[in-house]
Design a protein around this ligand. Structure first.
Ligand code: NDP
Ligand code: 2IT
Length: 444
């Protein structure tokens, strides 16, 4: 089938899955040209096979809260594609989780993982359970109940989940404990584990650090120094925190953070000391970002988005479709020079168009945030070797991977005028690798 026919068909079959259709449309539009140059791809109906997940597991998760009430949540695992390695991708626990969101994430993950140069296929999963406001004991019971179903479908050479929104070190550890008990084996079946039981140094930092390493490569193409640049960061979770950490180290100035209730804007900059406070607030006390504004006496905007402010660089690090066309126009008009996505698909298609028309530096999540899963890949390697690498070793591998991803984007995305279309570059590079593997393995 032709690209447009596949798209029309997917729209007809999955009309209630807007995020999935959005992600698929973006990729198919960028690869159409190379796809048409390979008639063998069309002959084997490669696109349709690549867009539809290998399989999706859906299950009920029943758990008891601290008051003795019995709660029911939905659990999912989307095994999208394993042409280049075991399914790999995070688990998201958030009230908004549904099949459309997990299908878009698993689809994106397939291309992202191909870009990392490591042997990992694409998957994603999660639940509409929200850890927000739950006690540690409730989170533990939920994670155990979730794993009681999930463990049948995963394994260190089959499918290796990790964290995403609402799933951090605490949740991964509880799930790992339960898997170990059920499977009667201690294996690297999850990544993002604690350092004492097979985790990798730098994994917590990796997505945020990797995004900044990618940004540095983009800035290098225009001889721009990151020092002193005002940076708008959204979110205040794992990715946002380590994005700020690296910015501070490099002398850039992060000025904002947010959560689902609102955002803070601190024009004097989020210093190391203030970031330490945010980490304690968010990771230990599990408080709200509003408390930062109260402590440091800066602006807090309930319900607002950080893109209403101005900055030289924008680093969306919260969630999908958090930056729309109007936000993008405002950023471009007020002098933003670069956007690098820590989150998955944070910019709407209209926003991406605005950035690209203005020819500012714009990196899509599947390239810029690939450092997280890449370091998960390094964790898998260390687990297989039964060895642990030092911080320096993992960090230098991460840097090299981000530089290589940038190079692949340039190779496939640079036009005759020297403009680098990172969307096209990332999509084609990821696609070609998965496509070649699928072609070689026959019709499956
Ligand atoms: P966390 O759960 O640690 O943090 C998520 C942050 O985003 C929180 O501040 C949260 O606020 C906010 N947020 C979540 N959903 C919404 C929403 N619907 N509206 C507004 N704010 C929201 O997750 P991560 O930092 O791990 O993930 C952030 C993004 O990065 C996601 O898009 C994820 O897919 C992506 N990503 C993560 C990787 C990783 O290794 N962790 C790797 C690559 C990408 P609140 O506390 O109020 O919910
Ligand atoms: O979106 C992502 O790349 C992640 N949440 C990380 C996945 C992983 O397997 O480390």
């Amino acid at each position: 089938m032709k690209v447009q026919d596949v798209l029309n068909d997917l729209q007809r079959r999955f009309p209630n899955e807007p995020e999935y259709l959005q992600a698929v449309t973006e990729v198919l539009e960028s690869i159409e040209e190379v796809y048409n140059q390979h008639p063998e791809f069309e002959k084997s109906n490669l696109i349709e096979r690549l867009c539809i997940a290998d399989r999706i597991f859906t299950f009920r998760v029943t758990w008891v809260d601290d008051k003795g009430k019995i709660n029911v949540n939905m659990g999912y695992r989307v095994q999208h594609n394993n042409a280049i390695g075991p399914y790999k991708g995070g688990l998201r626990f958030h009230s908004s989780v549904n099949p459309s969101i997990l299908k878009f994430l698993a689809f994106e993950q397939t291309f992202k993982n191909a870009l990392t140069t490591l042997p990992m296929g694409g998957g994603k999963g999660g639940s509409d359970f929200s850890p927000r406001g739950k006690s540690n004991a409730e989170v533990m019971r939920f994670c155990q109940a979730f794993m009681l179903e999930l463990w049948k479908h995963i394994g260190p050479d089959t499918d290796v989940p990790a964290g995403d929104i609402g799933v951090g070190g605490r949740e991964v550890a509880y799930m790992f404990g339960m898997y170990k008990k059920l499977a009667k084996e201690f294996t690297g079946v999850l990544t993002g584990k604690g350092i004492e039981f097979g985790g990798s140094l730098i994994r917590p930092e990796a997505t945020g650090y990797g995004n900044i390493y990618f940004l540095l490569e983009m800035l290098k193409t225009k001889n721009i120094d990151i020092k002193g640049k005002k940076c708008l960061v959204s979110g205040s979770g794992n990715v946002a925190q380590y994005t700020c950490d690296k910015l501070i180290e490099l002398g850039a100035i992060p000025v904002s953070l947010s959560d689902s209730d609102g955002y803070i804007y601190d024009p004097e900059g989020i210093t190391r000391e203030k970031l330490d406070y945010v980490m304690e607030l968010k990771n230990v006390e599990r408080g709200r970002i509003r408390e930062y504004a109260e402590k440091y006496n800066c602006k807090y905007v309930p319900g607002g988005r950080v893109w209403a402010e101005t900055g030289d660089i924008a680093l969306p690090s919260a969630t999908q479709n958090e930056l729309n066309g109007d936000d993008a126009r405002h950023l471009v008009e007020t002098g933003c020079i670069a956007v690098s996505e820590g989150a998955n698909m944070p910019s709407t298609p209209e926003a991406i168009e605005v950035f690209q028309k203005a020819k500012i530096l714009y990196a899509p999540g599947k390239a810029a945030n690939a450092g997280g899963v890449a370091t998960s890949g390094l964790e898998m390697t260390q687990n297989s070797l039964r060895l642990s690498w030092t911080r320096e070793e993992v960090d230098s591998k991460l840097k090299q991977i981000m530089t290589d991803i940038h190079e692949q984007c340039v190779k496939y995305g640079k036009d005759e005028n020297g403009y680098i279309d990172y969307v096209k570059g990332a999509n084609i590079a990821g696609f070609m690798k998965v496509a070649k593997a699928m072609m070689a393995q026959g019709i499956l």
